[in-house]
Design a protein around this ligand. Structure first.
Ligand code: MRU
Length: 357
C-alpha cells in the first residue's frame, strides 16, 4: 500500500506471496478467520456467499481471482489464453449482479491485457497482476480522498447515521461512507455515529459497529426500525451511506433499507449523503430502474439469527438492495469532489475528470 497513514481497522483483502487471503466477514465479530484462495472458483464463492462483500472489495477480489485463473495457463497457446481470460472474467462477473465495481474492475484488467496483445503471454500475465494490485492500492487512496471531500460537509460533535457497512471491511481501506469518520477521529473530532443493524444479514451490527468500535469511534447500534425515532429526537444531523451503483441520473442503489432511511431523512430535513468512488458511477445505466437488484436466499430472512425465526414454508421476499431516487440525495461525494443535482451533469463531470487522469 502506498498510503502511509495508519489504517484503523482489520484488512479484508491481502495478497500473500502467491495467493489471496480474505478475512471471512460471515464470522465477524466473534471469530477472526482468514480464507486462503488459490482458484477463481474459491474467489467466486467468497463473493457470492458474502465472505467478503461491499462494492469496491468485490471488484478487488475479482481481479485477483482473474489472475489466479490465468497464471498457470500455457504461454504457448495464445488463442486459448485469450479465450480463457474472457471466460474467467465473465464467470467472476456473474458472482453478484448489483455492484458495478465488479464489472468495472474486471473490464479494466481485461482491457489492459488486450492493449498488450502481441507481447509474450508471460508479460501479459505480469501486467494483469500489476493492474490488479494497482486497483487494490488505488482504492485505499480513493477512499481516503472521499473522506477528505466529505469532511467539510460535517462538523465536530454532530450525530451521523449510516446503513449497512461501507467501511474499511468493504474496501481496500477506510471505506467510503466511513472514511470521513476515520479522518474526523484522526483530527480529534467527536462524532456520534449511529449504525443501523441492517437486516437481514446484519452488516451494520456485525461489521460497521465492529470496525468503528475497534477504531475508537463513538458508535451506537440501533435496529433498522429505530432510525425514524432517533431522527425525531434530534440525534442525527446527517446520513452517510455507500453505494453499489449510481445511475447516470443520480439514482443510487445501496443495501436494502437505504431508501427508507433517505425518505426519513427528507421528512426530518436531514442531509442524505452518498459516498461513491467514481468506479461506482455507471453512466451506461440511465436510471435506477435499470439497475439489476440481487435477490438472495429466503433463509437469510427466516433464519437470520442462527435459528428459525419464521414459520417453515412462509413466503419470503429478499431483495439485497434498493434504489434511492436522486431527488432524495443531497450530494454524491467522490474522490474528485462533491456532485450535486443536476446529477446528469455533475456525474458526467466526475467521470470525465477520472478519464483525463
Ligand atoms: O450485500 P453487501 O454487504 O455487499 O452490500 C454492501 C453495501 O450495500 C455497501 O453499502 C456498498 O457496497 C458500498 S461499500 C463501500
Amino acid at each position: 500500500m502506498n498510503n502511509k497513514q495508519l489504517i484503523p481497522h482489520p484488512q479484508s483483502i491481502l495478497w500473500q506471496e502467491d495467493h489471496l487471503v480474505l478475512l471471512d466477514q460471515r464470522l465477524l465479530p466473534t471469530e477472526t478467520v482468514y480464507l486462503h484462495c488459490t482458484t477463481p472458483e474459491e474467489v467466486w464463492d467468497a463473493i457470492a456467499t458474502l465472505a467478503v462483500r461491499g462494492a469496491p472489495a468485490i471488484g478487488i477480489m475479482a481481479v485477483y481471482g482473474l489472475y489466479l485463473g490465468i497464471r498457470s495457463l500455457s504461454e504457448q497457446d495464445e488463442e486459448m489464453f485469450w479465450a480463457q481470460l474472457d471466460r474467467i472474467a465473465h464467470y467472476l462477473n456473474s458472482a453478484r449482479p448489483t455492484a458495478v465495481n465488479l464489472s468495472w474492475a474486471l473490464k479494466r484488467v481485461v482491457n489492459r491485457a488486450k492493449q498488450l496483445r502481441g507481447q509474450p503471454i508471460a508479460a501479459i500475465k505480469e501486467a494483469i497482476f500489476k493492474e490488479a494490485t494497482e486497483i487494490h492500492e488505488e482504492d485505499v487512496t480513493v477512499c481516503r480522498q472521499i473522506g477528505e471531500n466529505l469532511l467539510p460537509l460535517l462538523y465536530d460533535g454532530m450525530g451521523i447515521l449510516t446503513h449497512c457497512n461501507a467501511g474499511g471491511l468493504a474496501t481496500g481501506a477506510y471505506g467510503t461512507a466511513l472514511a470521513p469518520l476515520y479522518l474526523a477521529r484522526e483530527r480529534g473530532w467527536n462524532l456520534k455515529v449511529f449504525a443501523d443493524e441492517t437486516r437481514p444479514v446484519l452488516q451494520g451490527a456485525r461489521l460497521t459497529a465492529y470496525e468503528l468500535q475497534q477504531a475508537g469511534v463513538d458508535v451506537t447500534l440501533i435496529c433498522d426500525n429505530m432510525a425514524g425515532a432517533v431522527m425525531k429526537e434530534g440525534q442525527i444531523q446527517a446520513v452517510i451511506v455507500g453505494t453499489d451503483r449510481v445511475a447516470a441520473n443520480g439514482d443510487v442503489a445501496n443495501k436494502i433499507g437505504t431508501y427508507s432511511v433517505a425518505v426519513l431523512a427528507r421528512a426530518h430535513g436531514i442531509p442524505f449523503y452518498v459516498a461513491a468512488p467514481v468506479s461506482s458511477i455507471d453512466l451506461d445505466t440511465a436510471t435506477g430502474d435499470d439497475i439489476p437488484i440481487e435477490q438472495r436466499s429466503p433463509v437469510e430472512v427466516t433464519n437470520g439469527f442462527g435459528k428459525p425465526t419464521a414459520p417453515e414454508g412462509v413466503k419470503v421476499y429478499n431483495p439485497a438492495f434498493d434504489v434511492t431516487p436522486a431527488e432524495y440525495v443531497t450530494a454524491i461525494i467522490t474522490e474528485h469532489g462533491v456532485c450535486k443535482a443536476p446529477y446528469e451533469k455533475s456525474l458526467k463531470e466526475a467521470v470525465k475528470v477520472e478519464r483525463s487522469l
